[in-house]
Write a protein that binds this ligand. Structure first.
Ligand SMILES: C[S@@+](CC[C@H](N)C(=O)[O-])C[C@H]1O[C@@H](n2cnc3c(N)ncnc32)[C@H](O)[C@@H]1O
Length: 215
């Protein structure tokens, strides 16, 4: 078996990492997600930032009913699934290798009559953005997607292209993560709307106009 380097500041608890599935009760639903850390790595385990963002949405901080939502770097899909269960029309995206597990988790957890309002599709940040028209979403969601410095310019380009309000749930681990936030602040009005001290997760709202961050 390959030895997986483990850094408790970065990865979910080791015991959770190797579970083939994990369960949550959120939005009045029991959600069971398949995980596959050994095959797919970071995209195939649930991160604390996703759990905190789901609890923030579940608490009613954002009115999701009928909203057009896109999730970036969705991984196992927890956030997008919860947003759909709370009434949003959700496009859940990630890189191609993550999509099979993501689609299976959506099929397993979203009631059949709501699956029509959902789409799972490939979105590698900065690539083929013409497939996603600016203004076609009301809200962008992202959980633990700020961690790879080389991806920051493409991620910022993607956020700017989609041109919608953004909710980013992050653990700030490194100086480079702070640098990303500085870059984000140069392009958007950014406000921290929540901090979970137990899990050390921040939620930031970013909007193009000042009024959108003053909700
Ligand atoms: C740390 S995981 C977080 C997964 C999930 N959002 C969660 O919080 O449980 C980071 C996610 O970002 C995705 N990702 C990384 N680089 C990406 C890129 N350039 N384009 C699209 N997705 C990317 C990964 O595939 C992975 O699913």
């Amino acid at each position: 078996m390959a030895l997986v380097p483990y850094d408790e500041n970065v990865l979910p608890a080791l015991s959770k990492l190797h579970q083939a599935s994990t369960e949550f009760t959120l939005a009045n639903h029991r959600i069971r997600l398949s995980q596959d850390w050994k095959r797919l790595g970071v995209a195939a385990v649930v991160w604390d930032a996703a759990i905190v963002l789901c609890m923030y949405l579940e608490a009613g901080n954002v009115d999701l009913k009928g909203k057009r939502v896109i999730e970036l770097g969705a991984g196992t899909g927890l956030v997008g699934i919860v947003a759909a269960l709370l009434g949003a029309n959700v496009t859940i995206t990630d890189r191609a290798p993550a999509l099979e597990l993501l689609s299976a988790n959506v099929r397993e957890n979203v009631p059949p009559d709501q699956q029509g309002a959902m789409r799972v599709s490939e979105l590698t940040w900065g690539e083929n953005l013409e497939l996603y028209s600016p203004g076609s979403f009301d809200l962008i969601l992202g959980a633990d997607i700020v961690y790879l410095e080389e991806s920051f310019p493409a991620l910022l380009r993607t956020l700017e292209h989609l041109s919608a309000e953004v909710l980013l749930s992050c653990r700030i681990r490194y100086e480079r993560d702070e640098r990303f936030l500085m870059e984000l602040r140069q392009r958007f009005n950014v406000k921290e709307v929540y901090y979970d001290s137990q899990r050390d997760i921040h939620i930031y709202k970013a909007g193009k106009s000042r009024s959108s961050t003053e909700l």
